[in-house]
Design a protein around this ligand. Structure first.
Ligand SMILES: Nc1ncnc2c1ncn2[C@@H]1O[C@H](COP(=O)(O)OP(=O)(O)OP(=O)(O)O)[C@@H](O)[C@H]1O
Ligand SMILES: [Mg+2]
Length: 250
């Protein structure tokens, strides 16, 4: 199953969720691939110790812009591979806008050739409804939309829901909404109101597991580790394990 982890808003927890789901599943013994499509390359930097030495030709840039095979790298997490991203991907939107051949399907065409090697594939998307996100939605079976508390965060869901519908119509009729994942939750009134509004607006589509705000996540990233390697007893580690059981029951 290929899951695109997305949100139009920045900083909602997409990368954290991609790393935690991919690492948690891989650590349970299942071959997993994480595709980083964000030019910030945050998940690549956490999971690849030698990231600064990786040339642009060995990143997803080669697939999206030169239509080469996906460059797959092993991570330090057992059973977890990654296709890293690159800062030069930030120009992609302009280049793809004028491209004529398969600009929406460049990731899909190459991912389809390797997906049988993996039980799970996660795509970490950039915080924009760009051609890169369209590539992720075209390649994916399901979209997991990550929502953090706040008015602007909730507001952005209308737009991303429209994008899923558009991709459904134009490029990928099989894309389904896996659900809205509420992250960075705490006990403040603002957070609890956001969650309530989310559940009212998208009844039945909000994932039951809630990811708490937890500083261990930031510390794990600072140490370039996934949460399970950093502190498997962290509140957020338990929450992400619960999420794995909810979304992908065995
Ligand atoms: N549950 C959490 N508790 C506390 N901090 C968190 C949590 N999840 C993520 N963070 C921190 O919040 C910041 C944003 O998270 P993350 O990078 O996962 O978001 P993103 O949606 O991928 O951002 P971008 O849109 O820039 O790609 C990071 O510093 C991360 O370490
Ligand atoms: Mg990110």
């Amino acid at each position: 199953m290929i899951v695109a982890v997305a949100s139009q808003k920045g900083g909602t927890g997409k990368t954290t969720t991609s790393i935690s789901l991919a690492a948690g599943i891989a650590r349970s013994g299942k071959k997993t691939l994480l595709v980083d499509t964000d030019s910030q390359a945050n998940s690549s930097k956490v999971l690849l110790a030698n990231y600064p030495k990786i040339p642009v030709t060995e990143t997803i840039h080669a697939t999206i812009l030169e239509r080469k095979a996906l460059p797959i790298h092993k991570t330090s997490v057992p059973n977890l591979d990654i296709v890293p991203s690159h800062i030069l991907l930030s120009n992609t939107d302009v280049e793809l806008t004028t491209a004529k051949d398969h600009r929406e399907a460049r990731l899909k065409i190459e991912l389809d050739k390797v997906k049988q090697n993996y039980e799970h594939v996660f795509i970490d998307c950039p915080p924009a409804l760009s051609w890169l996100t369209v590539n992720a939605f075209t390649a994916a079976d399901q979209a997991l939309i990550v929502v953090s508390p706040g008015y602007f965060e909730l507001d952005s869901l209308v737009q991303i829901s429209k994008s899923i519908a558009e991709v459904n119509e134009l490029f990928n009729p099989n894309l389904k909404l896996l659900g809205f994942l509420f992250t960075m939750s705490d006990t403040t009134i603002n957070t609890q109101t956001s969650l309530q509004l989310l559940r009212q607006a998208y009844t039945g589509k909000v994932i039951e597991t809630i990811i708490p705000r937890n500083t261990d996540i930031r510390d794990a990233h600072m140490n370039r580790q996934d949460i399970f390697a950093f502190n498997r007893n962290a509140k957020s580690a338990y929450a992400y394990l619960k999420l794995i059981h909810e979304l992908f029951p065995v």
